[in-house]
Design a protein around this ligand. Structure first.
Ligand SMILES: C[S@@+](CC[C@H](N)C(=O)[O-])C[C@H]1O[C@@H](n2cnc3c(N)ncnc32)[C@H](O)[C@@H]1O
Length: 362
C-alpha cells in the first residue's frame, strides 16, 4: 500500500496505553463563574471545554471516552504560512495579538507529524459508528489524505467535500483565484451514521415518479398506463457545498480570523450525528462547532490552546444559551478544564475570562 513518508516520521501507536495513564489526572475543572459550574443536580451531562494542547487532552480523554465520540470535526491550521492576529479593544486601549500560529517555519514535516499524531489518537476516541471530518485546503489536504488512508484504511474514505465560498476575494495573477476548502470524511467502520440532507432547488422540477415492483425500481403508472410525474422542490446534497464565508457584518461573527460559517458546520453535524450524540472539536477556535452542536441538542467536547479561543467560545456559548428561550439543551452544563501553570494562573487571577474584550477584524 502507498504510504506517505516524511523526515523524522515517528509511529507511536503502542505508547497510547502508557500516555493515557500519564494524563489520567492531568486536568482540573476551573470554575470561572456560577454559570459554568455544576448548578443543577438534575443535569445529565457536562459539556467539556479544554484549554490546552489537544494531543495531551486526547490522551486524557482516552481514559473515559475511548470509542465514545460519535463525530469529530476538526479545522486545524492549514499550513498556510501565516499567523493570525486579532485586534483587542480593552477599555480605552487597543492592541493586536496573535490568535494562533500557522507558519511552521515552512517545515511541512513537522506540520504533518503534528497532524499524524493527533489523527491516530482521534481515531481511538471515535465510536464504531463515528465519522471524522477534517477541514483543510490546497496547502496540505493531499498529504493529509494519504495519512488518513494509512490510519483509517483506504476503504474508510467516505467523501471529499468541496466547500465553495463564492464571496471571498482571492488574488491570483498566475493562478486561478482559489475559492474552495477541502473537507475529508473518514469512517471508523463500514457501519456509520450518515443522515440524508436535502436542500431547496432554485426552481421546482418535474420528475418521473418511481416505485418498487417485486424488488425492482420502475416508473410508476396510473390506471391508464401513463407514467406519473411529480414536482420536486428539493434535492439531496452532493459533495460540492456552496456556502459563503462568514462576513464581519454577520451577527454570528466573533472577530476570530478563521471562524467558519455556522451553516457549514450545521450540515456536517446533521449528516454525521443524531440528537444526544457526542461531538468533539479539538481545534475549536471561536467555538462554532460547539455552539451549533449545543443548538442541535448534541453533547460536546471542545479544546483549544489559545486563550482568545477559549474566551470567545465560552462567551459565545453562554450568550447563545441566554438568548435562546427555547434552548433544548437546558440540562447540560459547561465545564472548563485546564492544566494549570503559572501563566494560566496569572491570567485567571487577572480576571481575563470575566473581562469584556471587544475583538475586531483587522
Ligand atoms: C482554523 S482555527 C479553528 C476555527 C474554528 N473552526 C472556528 O470556526 O472558529 C484553528 C484553531 O486550532 C487551534 N490550535 C492549533 N494547534 C492546536 C493544538 N495543538 N491544540 C489545541 N488547539 C490548537 C488554534 O488556536 C486555532 O484556534
Amino acid at each position: 500500500m502507498v504510504k506517505l513518508i516524511w523526515e523524522n516520521k515517528r509511529e507511536f501507536l503502542n505508547n497510547i496505553a502508557r500516555l493515557k495513564n500519564a494524563f489520567r489526572d492531568y486536568y482540573e475543572i476551573i470554575n470561572l463563574n456560577p454559570q459554568t459550574s455544576q448548578v443543577d443536580k438534575n443535569q445529565t451531562w457536562e459539556n467539556m471545554l479544554f484549554w490546552g494542547d489537544n494531543l495531551n487532552v486526547s490522551y486524557y480523554l482516552i481514559n473515559d471516552f475511548e470509542e465514545k465520540i460519535d463525530l469529530i470535526y476538526i479545522d486545524p491550521p492549514f499550513f498556510s504560512g501565516s499567523n493570525y492576529n486579532i485586534r483587542i479593544l480593552e477599555g480605552d486601549s487597543k492592541y493586536d495579538s496573535i490568535a494562533y500560529f500557522d507558519c511552521w517555519n515552512k517545515d511541512l514535516d513537522s506540520y504533518l507529524q503534528m497532524l499524524y499524531e493527533r489523527i491516530v489518537v482521534f481515531k481511538k476516541l471515535l465510536s464504531k459508528q463515528g465519522l471524522l471530518f477534517i477541514h483543510l485546503d490546497w496547502h496540505a489536504s493531499h498529504y493529509v489524505k494519504l495519512i488518513l488512508d494509512e490510519v483509517f484504511g483506504r476503504n474508510r474514505f467516505i467523501n471529499e467535500i468541496i466547500w465553495y465560498y463564492y464571496n471571498k476575494y482571492s488574488a491570483g495573477k498566475q493562478n486561478l483565484p482559489r475559492a474552495h476548502d477541502n473537507i475529508l470524511v473518514y469512517s471508523k467502520s463500514s457501519n456509520y451514521t450518515f443522515n440524508e440532507e436535502r436542500i431547496p432547488r432554485s426552481k421546482p422540477i418535474k420528475q418521473l415518479k418511481r416505485e418498487m415492483v417485486n424488488g425492482v425500481l420502475k416508473n410508476a403508472k396510473d390506471e391508464n398506463g401513463h407514467v406519473i410525474y411529480r414536482t420536486v422542490t428539493d434535492k439531496k446534497i452532493d459533495d460540492v457545498w456552496r456556502i459563503p464565508c462568514l462576513q464581519p457584518a454577520s451577527k454570528e461573527w466573533t472577530g476570530f480570523p478563521t471562524q467558519k460559517h455556522h451553516n457549514l458546520i450545521e450540515r456536517i453535524i446533521k449528516i454525521g450525528s443524531n440528537e444526544d450524540d457526542l461531538i468533539a472539536d479539538l481545534f475549536c477556535g471561536s467555538g462554532t462547532t460547539l455552539t451549533v452542536a449545543d443548538k442541535l441538542n448534541r453533547r460536546w467536547i471542545g479544546c483549544d490552546n489559545s486563550k482568545y479561543s477559549v474566551y470567545l467560545t465560552l462567551k459565545r456559548l453562554l450568550e447563545n444559551r441566554k438568548n435562546k428561550d427555547n434552548h433544548i439543551n437546558k440540562n447540560s452544563s459547561i465545564e472548563l478544564y485546564t492544566h494549570l501553570d503559572k501563566n494560566k494562573l496569572n491570567l485567571i487571577s487577572s480576571g481575563f475570562f470575566e473581562k469584556d474584550l471587544k475583538i475586531k477584524r483587522i
